[in-house]
Design a protein around this ligand. Structure first.
Ligand code: GUN
Ligand code: FE
Length: 427
């Protein structure tokens, strides 16, 4: 829902122009007109004289951040049980917790906490996994709708290799539940939209994947899933899908790997081969890079420089609860940090990410999955954050660019004082 009114925010404005260039305007105005950005100006132009203006003082103003991959039902156990690798973590921690969302009272309690915290976080947009449960996923959608955050939310499909309490009994049951979900929510929301969510190849039988492909085509749904996250997982996919040349090819086999009319996000891509990366480029598949999760689950370090060189679309994700922090500011710093370890330990031929590149991924990179979002360029959705760094005094006068980087690294969750999505003030 966008406010129709026109207004300005005044402060120290920082935003990406493209993958490498950061624009900084001190004590400038960013204009919102009908929910869209109508320019950043040092002085208010004549036609905007007299519009309401919120003066953010010496605070920084940046575009909203997009969390391109996270699991709402896992928020309850973030920061716990971190001594496991992916497949053991799924079986011993994740699946038992997700099974609880069959109980709508529990789902309500847990999802209310999640929605409240996401609202207060620096994310203005998000791509969210629910669980396989239809009612709980609809409740999650109701709650996120109310926050004003724009989100794609998926009811998860999983009909194999789950647990007795967390698995759909057949492809048919999974498909019927998905169709019921899509029918229940049709036309219901302004801010949230459905996204088809096969959990990952090991969770979805070939028959289910074929059926989901039909659903994708008839409902023209975007798709989100996991790809090449962990060595054991990747080897397992080769056993499960002997017909596939590589992991991504298994999705592609069913037409669920990008391409015309099928916008797709794949989380992780730590072990993507050159072939896999080339196919992602060809199909326009987005990478959700989740550095904190890849560290916590000992997954590895994704070849992000290679993704950028190949021209892939890359955004950042917290991957709650693989990642423990809901802060997309933290994800920016994590992306830079792990890229330095990759350069030092794995591949010195590929440079580490710069701060500007990681900032771009968290704003424009991931934001572009939603259309024009993640910058203050003209015509972009007016998604903005006001960040106050006065809690970190400094003996010298710092530039705004220095202050932005420092805030991203130092923020302890208390810098964010204002948030707008599509022109609507969230707080
Ligand atoms: N692969 C399949 N399911 C999951 C999940 O819940 N989290 C992560 N990180 N990877 C997965
Ligand atoms: Fe995930």
């Amino acid at each position: 829902m966008s406010d129709s009114k026109t207004f300005a925010l005044k402060g120290n404005i920082c935003y990406s122009l493209d993958q490498t260039r950061l624009a900084v305007m001190e004590q400038a105005y960013v204009i919102c007109e009908n929910g869209l950005c109508a320019g950043v100006y040092q002085e208010l132009p004549g036609r905007f004289q007299g519009i309401p203006c919120t003066d953010a003082g010496d605070s920084l103003i940046i575009p909203g951040l997009t969390d391109l991959h996270l699991h709402a039902p896992q928020y309850s156990f973030r920061g716990m049980n971190m001594d496991l690798e992916l497949l053991d973590w799924l079986n011993t921690v994740t699946f038992p917790e997700e099974a609880r969302y069959a109980d709508l009272d529990y789902a309500g309690q847990a999802y209310r906490i999640f929605a409240e915290d996401l609202k207060k976080s620096p994310a203005t947009r998000a791509c969210i996994f629910g669980t396989l449960h239809v009612e709980a996923t609809e409740l999650l959608m109701d709650l996120i709708e109310e926050t004003g955050i724009k989100a794609y939310i998926g009811k998860v499909n999983m009909d194999r290799n789950g647990s007795p309490k967390l698995q759909e009994e057949s492809p048919r049951i999974s498909v019927d539940a998905t169709l019921r979900w899509l029918s229940d929510i049709s036309g219901k929301y302004q801010n949230v939209k459905p996204i088809l969510t096969p959990r990952f190849i090991p969770s979805c039988s070939d028959e289910l994947m074929s059926e989901l492909s039909s659903i994708q085509k008839s409902f023209r749904l975007p798709v989100q899933s996991h790809l090449s996250e962990n060595p054991g997982e990747t080897a397992w996919v080769q056993e499960l899908c002997p017909y596939s040349a590589f992991y991504g090819d298994a999705y592609d086999h069913f037409g669920l790997f990008g391409g015309e009319g099928c916008p797709t996000i794949m989380a992780h891509c730590v072990y993507s081969s050159d072939e896999e990366i080339a196919l992602m480029k060809k199909r326009g598949v987005y990478v959700a890079h989740c550095p904190q999760s890849n560290t916590n689950l000992s997954s590895g370090i994704a070849p992000v420089r290679q993704f950028l060189e190949q021209g892939l679309s890359v955004g950042l994700g917290t991957d709650i609860a693989g990642g423990h922090s809901l802060s997309m500011l933290r994800a920016i710093a994590d992306a830079v940090q792990v890229s330095k370890l990759r350069w030092r330990l794995l591949d010195s031929s590929k440079k580490a990410l710069t701060f500007a590149e990681a900032f771009y991924m968290a704003t424009m990179g991931g934001g572009s999955f939603f259309g024009k979002a993640g910058s203050f360029l003209n015509g972009f959705s007016f998604d903005a954050l006001i960040l106050d760094d006065r809690r970190f005094p400094h003996p010298q006068e710092l530039t705004v660019r220095e202050r932005l980087e420092r805030l991203v690294y130092l923020d302890d969750g208390h810098c964010l004082t204002g948030k707008y999505v599509a022109g609507r003030k969230i707080f």
